[in-house]
Design a protein around this ligand. Structure first.
Ligand code: MN
Length: 354
């Protein structure tokens, strides 16, 4: 079979002639021959497979440079590369979905007639195995936070991240600027942690998770980076409202790992987002309408890794005061061996007396 004109080849490959000319210029798909007189590009029928390998990832929105790389790989590696690209697209979309939900909530909010407030307690414990406590837990009248430091300088890193948010306790937040205030606060926390990581004995290794909630008087705004968690106890039911930013969780999301395998995975604590040098510090942000009798728990993985969710739910349901709840939750982790530092913050949404 002879060579095909660019028009015929475009039709057969489902690429436009314009796209074919671009791919030629980029070295993605060179024509078999260019007519020296007319300059017309001519393609061999055997090039159709190669053209399809360009066309289909293009429909997924894969950038051309990345397709260029895929074209050099054998089928197995090309499949892996496309899988990785798609996982990234889905992660980006999920992050934007959260942001969209945040904005929608923020713009649709109306002040409740009720006068609500929070009652809170925070407690952090070294556990039974570790020599020092690298976690930081904090609860104040507006700010609730848990940070789980890692590496050389993990303790000052988690403390610095939480300290950087404490001005939110007193700052007034102008109406409509909550999202900006939170974003700035996370940025300050990031700078503070980078300052620590830069001076530690092994620079770049220290970092921390950061999971915090800000009480605005009628809502709770959440920022979350890493694998500490927030649970909500509502009407006796327990909901995990954060997503772990771990390698293992992303493998579960992609369907490459069963959730029951995740719990015992040797690399279950490997973070894909954190505050630290070189780490992705994109926060998950969300806004929760305050509802009377809701109880929030912020905890480090020292609790969630060892304590069954049902036990956490039971303690949160059966204890009255937040102080008692945090004490019993820490006892729960230590009764299960206390292999890690453990931090808990419990906050109840209550109706204030006039
Ligand atoms: Mn931990």
């Amino acid at each position: 079979m002879g060579l095909l004109t660019i028009g015929a080849f475009a039709k057969a490959s489902r690429l436009s002639p314009k796209a074919l000319r671009l791919y030629d210029e980029l070295g993605l798909l060179a024509p078999a021959r260019v007519d020296p007189v007319t300059g017309y590009r001519l393609y061999a029928p055997e090039q159709l497979d190669q053209a399809r390998l360009v066309a289909w990832p293009r429909r997924l929105g894969m950038p051309l440079v990345r397709i260029q790389h895929v074209c050099t790989l054998d089928a197995g590696l090309a499949a892996q590369e496309i899988r990785a690209f798609w996982a990234q697209v889905e992660a980006d979309t999920a992050a934007r979905r959260d942001l969209a939900a945040f904005l929608i909530d923020h713009l649709s909010w109306k002040d409740p007639a009720m006068n609500l407030g929070i009652r809170y307690a925070a407690l952090s414990d070294t556990g039974l195995i570790r020599e020092s406590n690298q976690d930081t837990a904090y609860a104040g009248s507006r700010l609730l936070a848990v940070a789980d430091g890692y590496g050389n300088g993990g303790a000052p890193a988690s403390a610095a991240a939480v300290d950087a948010l404490k001005h939110l306790e007193i700052d007034s937040i102008p109406a409509g600027s909550l999202l900006n205030v939170l974003e700035d606060a996370v940025d300050q926390a990031k700078q503070a942690v980078h300052g620590i990581a830069g001076t530690a004995a092994s620079p770049g290794k220290a970092g921390t998770t950061l999971t915090a909630m800000l009480w605005t008087g009628s809502q709770l705004a959440l920022v979350h980076i890493g694998d500490s968690r927030v649970y909500l106890l509502r009407d006796g039911e327990l909901f995990q409202i954060t997503h772990d930013h771990t390698m293992v969780q992303s493998m579960v999301d992609e369907g490459r790992l069963a959730p029951e395998e995740a719990a015992s995975h040797p690399q279950r604590s490997l973070l894909i987002r954190a505050l630290g040098q070189g780490a992705d510090a994109t926060p998950e942000m969300r806004l929760h309408d305050a509802r009377r009798e809701d109880r929030y728990l912020l905890c480090s993985d020292g609790l969630s890794t060892v304590a069954p969710t049902e036990d956490i739910r039971r303690v949160l349901s059966e204890t009255r005061e937040p102080e008692q709840a945090v004490r019993e939750l820490i006892a729960l982790a230590n009764d299960s061996g206390g292999p890690d530092n453990v931090s808990c913050v419990v906050a109840d949404v209550v109706e204030l007396r006039q």
